[in-house]
Design a protein around this ligand. Structure first.
Ligand SMILES: *[C@@H]1O[C@H](CO)[C@@H](O)[C@H](O)[C@H]1NC(C)=O
Ligand SMILES: *[C@@H]1O[C@H](CO)[C@@H](O)[C@H](O)[C@H]1NC(C)=O
Length: 531
């Protein structure tokens, strides 16, 4: 036993060395060109689709009974642009039972567009190339049929690009016969064996299709333990669907091809307590309101004298903002809101970034330690706090976002007030999809999502729509920042305030058009519903 084991290990090492030598002298792909365009359907995929349809369509003569309440939830490609119906007619009933309004984005965007058919076509083209680019064979449904004599790994086989692995778990269980045969077929790589077994014949070693056969089932099964897969077409992250077959039986499994994820870690020293200056950078964007900005900085310094503050400034006539631990970045005039957020967040070197508007004021309730604590102890990527208005009203602006498939016209975006669930161990915190504009996030994750710089004057939800599915977001009602007076009577406003309001809150036609365009084209929505 020990001798065979030794021999096997020896064989693996020898064949590994041989393969290494082979690849060194003759490396495929280095001279020939490789198609790195979106992956095309391989013959295997077509076969797989046919099979799954075949399985799904069986037993058609057996009757069934639909359960309407469940079936309604399963509806596919059927979202329609509808507002909630009014159920109760009472004064203020809308406050008690908020109804969702619905905005037909397709209609709003296309009716004023000079070439609606052209833009529809372009969006469809871009969408299909996006789908091809993001196609992942590992997302394909694979069903293992009952009573298949084939044994194989259904998931979890990985290979680094252009490297070789032994495929674990291959086997054949069938009645004794004169000739036992299996075959393996790949698209992005080749097969070989790391060791040979007597009385097994191999055809196609080093190719995309290999056939192994033997009069002895045990010899064939032994041989199957040494089958290798070598990835030969470079792609940083994809999968190869392998077809494993014997006689009339076929099975499919994926080998994931890709580099491992490279971590991005922050070295902030070891401390007993959270050192906010080492862990957090405060980012803000200012426009016209230097008095407000000064109040914000002064309030931060009362509680966090050494935390770095990054300021993005797109004023026409920038004024100096100086002081220790302050980074002031001047941008071209009027670059705007999201461009400023992008710039500020791009300069952060700490593990976390806190976003604060320039008219916020830190108080004793603005406990950044609590935000760091929940981010350190959970899988959240981002946590929002609460903003207290001068009136005493405190807002958390928690929303859930979902997207429903809507077929060729585009999808439906649904935004609702509320959250998914409370976070265990943090009774004042919940999980949601969108939070208020006072939030702390993991810097690398925030940078990954980014802020669309086209949104110059207004934008908030747009970030959370882009983040849907990639950020895990929380909201805590007990981490509170104060909002400097926002509601002022028009005759008490200074000229600067009036200019700011004009710039920021004028809902110009072109502004609305931009938002509709982003929803219609960039995100491919046809409809939006919300409270
Ligand atoms: C067994 O079957 C395979 C495939 O049909 C064939 O290639 C192989 O030569 C056969 N082997 C023997 C020993 O008959
Ligand atoms: C906290 O971090 C800052 C910045 O890295 C450092 O200067 C300071 O000494 C640290 N404070 C403590 C108490 O470790």
């Amino acid at each position: 036993m020990r001798a065979t084991l030794k021999r096997c290990v020896g064989l693996i090492v020898v064949s590994g060395l041989l393969m290494f030598a082979l690849f060194h002298t003759w490396s495929p792909g280095s001279s020939s060109e490789v198609d790195i365009g979106p992956r095309k359907w391989s013959a295997i995929n077509t076969l797989l689709h046919g099979k799954i349809q075949g399985i799904a369509k069986g037993y058609q003569d057996i009757p069934y009974h639909i359960k309407p309440d469940v079936a309604r939830g399963v509806a596919q490609n059927t979202c329609v642009c509808l507002a909630d119906k009014e159920t109760v007619h009472l004064p203020f009933s809308n406050l008690l039972w908020p109804r969702a309004w619905a905005h037909d984005i397709s209609l709003a965007f296309l009716e004023s567009h000079p070439d609606p058919e052209g833009v529809k076509r372009l969006r469809a083209q871009e969408y299909s190339s996006f789908q091809r680019r993001s196609y992942d064979p590992a997302d394909e449904l694979i069903i293992t049929e009952a009573q298949s004599p084939l044994q194989y790994p259904t998931q979890g086989v990985k290979v680094r690009p252009l490297k070789t692995i032994i495929i674990p778990g291959l086997g054949l269980k069938e009645e004794k016969r004169s000739n036992h045969t299996v075959s393996l077929t790949a698209t992005l790589g080749t097969f070989d064996v790391a060791a040979t077994v007597d009385r097994v014949s191999l055809k196609g070693a080093g190719e995309k299709h290999i056939v192994l056969s033997s009069p002895l089932l045990s010899a064939l099964n032994r041989q199957l333990q040494f089958v290798t897969y070598t990835n030969t077409v470079f792609h940083p992250k994809t999968a190869d669907t392998i077809q494993f077959a014997t006689g009339s039986h076929q099975a499919f499994f994926n080998i994931k091809v890709g580099h491992g994820t490279i971590p991005r870690l922050y070295n902030f020293g070891h401390q007993q307590e959270y050192n906010i200056s080492a862990l957090v950078t405060i980012a803000t964007k200012t426009f016209l309101r230097y008095d407000k900005l000064k109040e914000l900085i002064d309030s931060i310094r009362q509680f966090y004298p050494t935390v770095t503050i990054v300021i993005a400034d797109d004023n026409e006539h920038p004024q100096p903002v100086t002081g220790p631990h302050i980074e002031h970045y001047i941008m071209p005039f009027g670059k705007g809101w999201f461009a400023g957020r992008n710039l500020a967040v791009s300069q952060v070197t700490t593990k976390y970034v806190l976003w604060a508007d320039d008219d916020f004021i830190f108080t004793a309730n603005t406990k950044l330690e609590m935000m760091v604590d929940i981010l350190e102890k959970t899988t959240l990527d981002m946590v929002g706090g609460a903003v207290r208005e001068v009136t005493g009203y405190t807002a958390t602006y928690r929303h859930t976002i979902s997207v429903e498939e809507g077929g060729e016209e585009g999808d439906c975006l649904h935004i609702r007030q509320g959250y998914h669930h409370v976070i265990e161990g943090f009774p004042n915190c919940v999980v949601a999809d969108a939070v208020i504009n006072f939030f702390m996030g993991r810097t690398d994750k925030m940078q990954e999502v980014g802020f669309n710089p086209r949104l110059a004057r207004q934008g908030h939800l747009e970030f959370f729509i882009d983040a849907l599915g990639s950020l895990h977001i929380g909201s805590c009602s007990d981490i509170i920042v104060s909002h400097a007076s926002k509601i002022k009577l028009p005759w008490t406003k200074t000229d600067i305030q009036k200019a700011y309001d004009k710039f920021r809150y004028t809902n110009s036609n072109s502004d609305q058009k931009l938002h509709t365009e982003i929803y219609y084209f960039k995100n491919r929505f046809k409809c939006m519903t919300s409270h």
